[in-house]
Design a binder for this molecule. Sequence first.
Ligand code: AMP
Length: 397
Amino acid sequence: MLNKKSIEDLNVSGKRVLVRCDFNVPMNDKGEITDDRRIRSALPTIEYIMKNGGKAIVMSHFGRPKGEPNPKYTLEPIAKRLSELLNKEVIFAKDDVVVSDKTKEIVDNMKESDVVLLENTRFRKEEEKNGEEFAKQLASLGELFVNDAFGTAHRAHASNVGLSSQLPSASGYLVKKEIEVMGKAMSNPERPFVAILGGAKVSDKIGVIENFLDKVDSLLIGGGMAYTFLKAQGLEIGKSLVEDDKLDLAKELIQKAKEKNVNLILPVDIVVASEFNNEAQFKTVSIDNIPEDMMGLDIGEKTIEGFSKVIKEAKTILWNGPMGVFEMPNFAKGTNAIAKAMSEAEGITIVGGGDSAAAVEQTGLDSKMTHISTGGGASLEFFEGKILPGIAAIDNK
Ligand code: AMP
């Protein structure tokens, strides 16, 4: 995946450049963008095209309009925010069918360094089916294609994979950084290489654990998924989250780690609560002392200390999944402590997207990380060692 063309390999001067971004940002009920990180992450690519006299025709999906136009999912507010961030008017090509004669006219009238944003690509049914006709219509608007949407790279859609087969293509700066930083960690990491995994379920991360067992020196497991591993080792886990049908698998993974000389580290103490509720009574107990009527909702102080030590001694650190129910302040300590340990580590620090990225932002430590992935599902599939179709489709050098 590292031999892909990048935007700098294209001559964008005077050209109409279609740019696929991932502007699937969180929005509140009033239609206000609550976190514009994904839009900010796309700026270097768009600015490069502007500076080099190209014409940027930007597109994205947003939400799940299910293949039909829906004003709730229009990209209009995103065009506004993009204008503010670029400090330049972004022409919004409002169009229920995304591409029509009207859109073509807007694009034909573009001058060098202009930016046009198309309407939500998911207003068209063909988008998620990678329909060739829609890809051709999009391609008719431009001369070059730049894929800068890492968040959708694990899907083969018309506006990423389809377009790559219609036009000369390259990665944008964001996709380039995602695949370079994470690709190096997965293929040629500086050691010691440590992965920290958390989140609710083992079943969502089996592929990631299996792949990591072939690559890392240490694997730290926290969050809800840790209790299945603890139970598999014969411990009583009270009312904690558990997947009983994954106990044998957990045993196998523990055994595999031993065979492969991977230091698999589980919590030694946890914060238990009487209920799944921030107001519930809670205390820290050692893992062989979990009360029958309580549930583990965070990792304890000793575990934090142990995990932090391993993190600080590592040269490559990769994190995916919260250590506890971080949405509740009483059970966010473990997750925040991991973010802090990573921010103080000298090694390369990579945060997989989704909840862990949100947790790092909550602590305000995001600028201290080497890389925070913009892709939740895409980064998980990347960590599983899968080939991402959106990336694979980009032209090779
Ligand atoms: P995931 O989407 O698999 O990364 O899981 C993230 C979710 O796991 C978050 O919403 C957390 O609140 C939840 N979580 C983390 N630790 C626990 C736990 N000990 N018990 C229940 N849920 C947890």
